[in-house]
Design a protein around this ligand. Structure first.
Ligand SMILES: Nc1ncnc2c1ncn2[C@@H]1O[C@H](COP(=O)(O)OP(=O)(O)OP(=O)(O)O)[C@@H](O)[C@H]1O
Ligand SMILES: C[C@H](N)[C@H](N)CCCCCC(=O)O
Ligand SMILES: [Mg+2]
Length: 209
């Protein structure tokens, strides 16, 4: 398999999907959401398809598509399904594969498996996506500690939101992680504005093998 990069976050709704779309597009890569919980808006894969400009065959099919927008372990139970961890190995792909979790790193996949446990198995570099808003220092440092405790390689932290120079620098310094960049709030948010913002605020080489 070619290189995979895992995108996790400090919380749900922090901007993982938007960041993943920008990254996958910039790398001319592929995208995989192993478990989609909540199908009303087509799910994160549909968002990435729209925002990245990648061809449909670069959006790999989810292993599980669950109806309820909640933690995957519970969404699976509500759908009467058992999530089989062996189906959650990254699929073969000849492009850089961007893999998005769900919520934060300690979200349960099943009642005895967390996303972070999967990341530890995969040993692919992880990008932590974090808000810049108040509260992010604590959420980011907790997430970094949880990843480190499991021996997960951290590529760096990507911020989303308005600039908050001190919080961003404080997290990078205390957490001992690289600040990869910050995606500003985009209005409108579309394929062109996202690609431009990624180019302006991140170095693609930081994500290359
Ligand atoms: N840079 C941005 N500019 C404007 N809107 C953004 C930006 N980043 C994220 N958003 C918006 O914030 C919301 C949450 O973002 P997103 O879906 O990427 O979060 P997530 O971390 O992937 O959540 P989940 O845990 O559900 O997968 C979405 O409505 C998205 O369009
Ligand atoms: C439904 C949501 N958009 C995500 N797909 C799943 C978020 C799970 C969060 C669980 C939690 O931390 O309480
Ligand atoms: Mg998402």
């Amino acid at each position: 398999m070619s290189r995979a990069i895992v995108v996790t976050g400090t919380d749900t709704g922090v901007g993982k999907t938007v960041f993943a779309a920008a990254l996958a597009g910039a790398l001319a890569g592929a995208y995989w959401k192993p478990i989609q919980a909540g199908l009303d808006d087509g799910g994160d894969s549909a968002t990435v398809a729209a925002l990245s400009g990648l061809a449909a065959d670069c959006i790999l099919p989810e292993a599980y598509r669950l109806r309820t927008p909640c933690s995957p372990h519970r969404a699976a139970e509500l759908d009467g399904l058992t999530i089989e961890p062996s189906r959650l190995a990254p699929p073969p792909c000849d492009r850089p594969l961007v893999i998005e979790g769900a919520g934060g790193a300690l979200v349960p996949v099943t009642r005895d498996l967390l996303y972070a446990d999967l990341f530890a198995r995969w040993q692919s570099p992880v990008v932590l996506v974090a808000r810049t808003a108040l509260g992010t220092i604590n959420h980011s440092l907790l997430s970094i500690e949880a990843l480190r405790a499991r021996g997960i390689p951290i590529l760096g932290i990507a911020f989303v939101g308005d600039a908050n120079e001190d919080s961003e620098a404080t997290i990078a310094a205390i957490g001992g992680v690289r600040r990869l960049g910050r995606l500003p709030r985009l209005d409108p948010l579309d394929r062109d504005t996202l690609a431009g913002a990624f180019r302006a605020n991140f170095q693609v080489a930081d994500f290359a093998a």
